[in-house]
Structure formats: structure tokens, C-alpha cells
Design a protein. Structure first.
Length: 271
């Protein structure tokens, strides 16, 4: 059973959020919670069936939701989707970059094109979406001192590049770039437009495409022994962190990537 939200039901009331990868996994849970807390939701994804099912599920919760097909690797898709979102809702306040690609492969067996594919989705895709959304985010929220802006961006990252991760060289490189994008845009767009840019680095989260691709049985048995809190996270945990960061609760938080992993990345086997 899903836990009740500790937040008031109107903390993002009237805000419009565009969530890439919003049709499944962590992106879908963020979309759901954003909608349940008063936001309007646009989700972007490549697969029409997944998008349609997600939009129906959101609507059945009474959420005003719309889906737009698109691939974050294509600049024309990014441009079209942000334009469509703006046309539909009349504003964009929040962009969540949750679209990502992943597979396990040793560096020796990874083709440069495989490496590039994940960089293209996670890093270049994130930048492209930010780039195309900027003019709307500037207009979206109410800026301080009559500056335009006041919108915010949230980039879904990871912790695996803090150290090194087996068979994840492409994802590690891509998420390191995402964290840099978060910091640099926080600096430039925070200063110029009052747009906050933050990230979340989830640990292993149950019931996600990432977990089913990344050796869940290993995490469920061995690794669990040295996981602080001894359990997987839930998509809900990430969505609550997202609400904090994109709502006014996080109004002075800019350029940070919040680790939501129960402390796992710090851990070592007990000896
Ligand atoms: C080795 C692989 C591979 C695999 C693809 N490639 N899968 N190499 N092992 N399992 C290589 C291909 O050989 C090809 O290179 C290149 O990558 C592009 O492959 P395509 O199949 O043409 O790519 P595409 O159809 O665009 O699909 C992208 C994808 C796919 C990333 C490969 O898995 C995808 O669409 N994923 C989206 C959903 C997803 O992965 N979600 C999980 C996110 S979890 P060559 O040289 O042969 O041309 C996540 C968590 C991260 O991000 C943090 C974890 C802690």
C-alpha cells in the first residue's frame, strides 16, 4: 500500500510540469505525485502505448495530464514537445529530465556507439530539453524582483559515478555529465533568470526499469547485507524528494544533487 504523502495537497498547485520519461518507472511516479499535489502534468516518451496508458492512469486519479510522443535525442522532438506543452497549458514551470538509457556491459565489449547512445539520451538529451524549455521556464513562474523566471529544472542522476561501477562506464560518464549540467545551469540560469536547477541521485529503487536491467538478484541477496537501512528504495521516496526540490519548500536550493539512496553509496562490507 502506498504511503500517505507528508506534504500538503496543494504544494505545487497550478504549476505545469513536463516530465521526460514520465510514462514509466521513476518518471511516472514523479508525474503522479506532482499531479496529486495540484500540478498539471505533461509527459514525454518514445512509446505511444506506454504514454497512453500512463496518461489514462493519471487521469483516473483526477490529474490533468497530457502525453507527447518524442525522443530526447532529437532536438526537433524536444522543441515540439515543449511548444505543445506550453500551448496546452499556457505555461511551463517545471522540467523533469527522467528519460534515461541503460544496459550492463563491460567496457571491453561496449561499442563506441553504445557509449554514445547512452550519452545522447542521458546527457545531451537533458541539455537539449533544458535548452528548448528555457524560454518557457523564464516566463513560467514569478521571478524575484520582477525578473522573469522562477521555474525550476530537476535532473534525475545516479550515484554510480561517485566511485566506479562495474559494466556501467557509459552510464557513469553520462550521469557525471548530467551533474555538471545541473551545476552550470544552476549558476547561469539561477543568476540570470531565477531558475533553480537541481538533481536527484536515486539508489536502487524497486520496481523500476533500471532495477530489472541491473542484476536485481544480486542487490536482493548479497548487497543487502551492507546496505544501510537494509532495503531497496521506493519510487515514492524519489517522488517526495522531487516535490521538495520543485516546490517552494526548496526555494533556496539550487545546483545540488540530492542523494536518495538510504546511504548506500557510502557503504562498505562490515569487517
Ligand atoms: C551492449 C548494447 C546493448 C547491450 C544496446 N547496445 N544494448 N551494447 N549490450 N545490452 C548498443 C548497440 O549494440 C548499439 O551499438 C547501440 O548500443 C545502440 O543500440 P540500439 O538498440 O540501436 O539503441 P536504441 O534502440 O536507441 O535503444 C537505446 C537503449 C535501450 C539505451 C539501448 O536500452 C533503451 O531504449 N533504453 C531506454 C529504457 C531504459 O534503459 N531505461 C532504464 C533506465 S535505468 P552498435 O555499435 O552495435 O551500433 C537508469 C538507471 C541508471 O538509467 C543508474 C543505475 C544505478
Amino acid at each position: 500500500m502506498e504511503m500517505e504523502s507528508p506534504f500538503k495537497a496543494d504544494i505545487v498547485k497550478g504549476k505545469v510540469g513536463l516530465i521526460t520519461g514520465g510514462g514509466s518507472g521513476i518518471g511516472f511516479e514523479i508525474s503522479t505525485q506532482f499531479g496529486k499535489h495540484g500540478g498539471f502534468v505533461a509527459i514525454m516518451g518514445r512509446r505511444k502505448q506506454v504514454l497512453d496508458a500512463a496518461v489514462s492512469a493519471l487521469q483516473s486519479l483526477g490529474i490533468h495530464a497530457v502525453g507527447f510522443e518524442g525522443d530526447v535525442r532529437k532536438q526537433e522532438d524536444a522543441k515540439r514537445v515543449v511548444e505543445s506543452t506550453f500551448k496546452h497549458f499556457g505555461r511551463i514551470d517545471v522540467l523533469v529530465n527522467a528519460a534515461a538509457g541503460n544496459f550492463l556491459v563491460s567496457a571491453e565489449d561496449l561499442s563506441p556507439n553504445g557509449f554514445r547512445t547512452v550519452m545522447d539520451i542521458d546527457s545531451v538529451g537533458t541539455f537539449t530539453m533544458c535548452y528548448e524549455a528555457l524560454k518557457y521556464l523564464k516566463k513560467g513562474g514569478q521571478g524575484r524582483n520582477n525578473l522573469p523566471g522562477g521555474g525550476s529544472i530537476l535532473n534525475i542522476s545516479a550515484t554510480l559515478h561517485y566511485t566506479a561501477a562495474w559494466y556501467q562506464i557509459h552510464v557513469s560518464a553520462a550521469k557525471a555529465a548530467v551533474d555538471s549540467i545541473t551545476r552550470n545551469l544552476a549558476l547561469e540560469w539561477g543568476t540570470d533568470y531565477d531558475i533553480r536547477v537541481n538533481g536527484i541521485a536515486p539508489g536502487p529503487i524497486g520496481d523500476t526499469p533500471g532495477m530489472s536491467k541491473l542484476a536485481p538478484e544480486e542487490i536482493n541477496s548479497k548487497a543487502r547485507d551492507y546496505m544501510p537501512l537494509y532495503k531497496l528504495g521506493e519510487k515514492w521516496d524519489i517522488a517526495m524528494a522531487a516535490l521538495y526540490l520543485v516546490s517552494d519548500a526548496g526555494k533556496f536550493v539550487n545546483g545540488t544533487t540530492l542523494v536518495v539512496d538510504g546511504g548506500l553509496w557510502l557503504s562498505r562490507p562490515r569487517h
